[in-house]
Design a protein around this ligand. Structure first.
Ligand SMILES: [Zn+2]
Length: 196
């Protein structure tokens, strides 16, 4: 999933649980940050198997479970929910391209809805069709109607849930749009490269 969608899911989770725990701004933000933080592991891509950041330890369920346990032990709900937020990120990632869920098995696990078996087996051939190899993944995403529909549903759900449960933190929505703008400009940039 893209960073704005991960953020939206984190914001939904933070808002609903805020109703019960009345988080401070810092705690509330922490839950939102944990929903997308692990995607910054892209800076360590060169250390990842197959140069895929989702094969890194940070994209397994292990860190999130550790955070949930620590949060429960020190009885800090905001940390526990942050761990859940992180856990949801990893789960959501299994739907589009899959992720190295259990790390030690080193298998990319998930429904991997955006890629066919045929494309997986001949990935290099597909990637070579593009000037920038990232275009393959980017275009597959934007051409997928189910993915677009899902993104819209997540967006609407986020707006409703924040309005009901966490109106005082409504302004944090700005980060959703920053994430969206980042991905859209990347998409159009790649489109321009491929069409040139
Ligand atoms: Zn991810």
């Amino acid at each position: 999933m893209q960073i704005n969608n991960h953020f939206a899911i984190g914001l939904i989770l933070a808002s609903i649980t805020h109703y019960y725990f009345e988080f401070t701004l810092l705690e509330f933000s922490m839950i939102c940050i944990f929903s997308f933080l692990c995607d910054f592991d892209v800076i360590f891509t060169k250390y990842a198997r197959d140069l895929n950041h989702r094969n890194l330890f940070t994209h397994s369920i292990i860190p999130s479970i550790f955070i949930i346990i620590v949060g429960a032990l020190i009885t800090w709900p905001a940390l526990t929910i942050s761990g859940v937020s992180y856990f949801l990120h990893i789960m959501v990632d299994t739907f589009d391209w899959g992720t190295n869920l259990f790390y030690f098995g080193h298998y990319n696990i998930g429904l991997r809805l955006l890629i066919t078996k045929e494309e997986q087996e001949n990935l290099e051939i597909y990637l070579d069709q593009y000037k920038n190899r990232a275009s393959f993944f980017d275009f597959k995403r934007y051409k997928n109607k189910l993915w677009i529909l899902l993104s819209i549903i997540i967006f609407i759900l986020m707006m409703i849930v924040v309005s009901i449960y966490a109106l005082e933190y409504f302004y944090l929505l700005i980060f959703y749009f920053i994430g969206l703008a980042f991905h859209l400009q990347r998409h159009f940039h790649l489109k321009k490269i491929e069409n040139s």
